[in-house]
Design a protein around this ligand. Structure first.
Ligand code: NAD
Length: 328
């Protein structure tokens, strides 16, 4: 059993990772400033309330909990916001990550699983994209994540850090029965936005761009269940703790779904049509993002087990039945 510090552990992906780590017999310790997270999601270990940019607070957390590994999910995530306010993103994501790396170094904690993203690749040169695809982000969010990957590589070379860069494609779904699920503010992800429309929480669903070079003109994305992502984190952590080498791995299903296909799947699962209309393209959106996940399959023995309909059904259960109970 390992003690694992999870920055951003009260957020969407961090909370599901806590669930999976605890189920695998590890001890999660959450470190989060609650800026975008939820104390209700802390169920499997203690919460240290703190900012990753606060060096003294980080140092105290390492001294108290002596983690064997850090799973670093904390960060600002909204792409459009990063275009409008890059200063906050560079400060929160990069300065925060450097503060964390220094705290780890000081505490002799040498294993890091980092929440990276397919947004580090930018516009695809070919599909699906594997880990050798050039990294040329389209927005400040992606650039902060790429800069952190670079810092991790330099710390690995000089100070013996071992890292796993997990490049997620589109996380979706929920563990509704465990009382956790997606809850971003503002919400910008397609599945919750479409379901909010069905629940009367939004007027209509906007399709941002219908003139892309894809099979129906709408953006193509690779939706991966958050519980499959969480499973990959456990595997990555255990690999590093067993002395494995640093690596970067895509986490996606390899199946691309257009926005129109997503809406058709939602209609199939919920038996209800989402009222949708076309809107202009959004700044910073790539036309298509689909993972080649062969490396994660080979190196981690990982494979996504839940398809698009299961993702939608779990998100529907979360937003439709459980979220309101959890947040009163
Ligand atoms: P989220 O906003 O739900 O969670 C992020 C958490 O980090 C929140 O709990 C927030 O309070 C915390 N946080 C932010 N800044 C902090 C700081 N300075 N100090 C301490 N805590 C701080 O987001 P998420 O969807 O769970 O994403 C988690 C990670 O995964 C992020 O790093 C994101 O970039 C990455 N990612 C997410 C997706 C996705 O589809 N959601 C895709 C690719 C990558």
């Amino acid at each position: 059993m390992a003690t694992i510090l999870i920055t951003g552990g009260t957020g969407y992906i961090g909370a599901h990772c806590c669930l999976a780590l605890a189920a695998a017999g590890h001890q999660p310790v959450v470190y989060d400033n609650l800026s975008n997270g939820h104390a209700q999601f802390v169920k499997w270990g203690p919460l240290v309330e703190g900012d990753i940019r606060d060096a003294a607070r980080m140092k105290a957390a390492f001294a108290e909990h002596r983690p064997d590994l850090v799973l670093h999910c904390a960060g600002l995530i909204e792409v459009g916001e990063s275009v409008k306010d890059p200063a906050s993103f560079w400060d929160n994501n990069l300065v925060g990550s450097l503060t964390l790396l220094n705290a780890m170094r000081e505490a002799h904690c040498r294993a890091l699983v980092f929440s990276s993203t397919c947004a580090t690749y930018g516009a695809p040169l070919q599909l699906p994209m594997d880990e050798t695809h050039p990294q040329n982000p389209l927005n400040p969010y992606g650039w902060t994540k790429l800069a952190i990957e670079r810092a991790n590589q330099d710390f690995a070379r000089a100070y013996g850090l071992k890292f796993a860069h997990l490049r997620y494609f589109n996380a979706a779904g929920a563990a509704a029965r465990e009382g956790i699920g997606e809850r971003h503010s503002p919400e910008t992800h397609a599945i919750p936005l479409a379901l909010f429309t069905l629940l009367g929480r939004r007027e209509g669903f906007k399709i941002f761009g219908d003139d892309y070079d894809t099979r129906d003109g709408t953006c193509l994305r690779d939706y991966v269940h958050v519980l499959d992502l969480a499973d990959a984190h456990v595997r990555a952590a255990e690999r590093l703790l067993a002395g494995g080498e640093s690596f970067a791995a895509n986490l996606g299903t390899g199946d691309g779904v257009t926005v129109r296909e997503l809406l058709a799947a939602i209609a199939r699962v919920t038996s209800r049509e989402v009222p949708a209309s076309s809107a202009p393209r959004r700044d910073g959106d790539a036309p298509a993002l689909v993972a080649d996940n062969a490396l994660a399959r080979r190196e981690l023995g990982w494979s996504p087990t839940r398809g698009l309909d299961a993702i939608i059904a779990d998100a529907w259960e979360w937003h439709g039945e459980v979220e309101g109970r959890v947040f009163g």
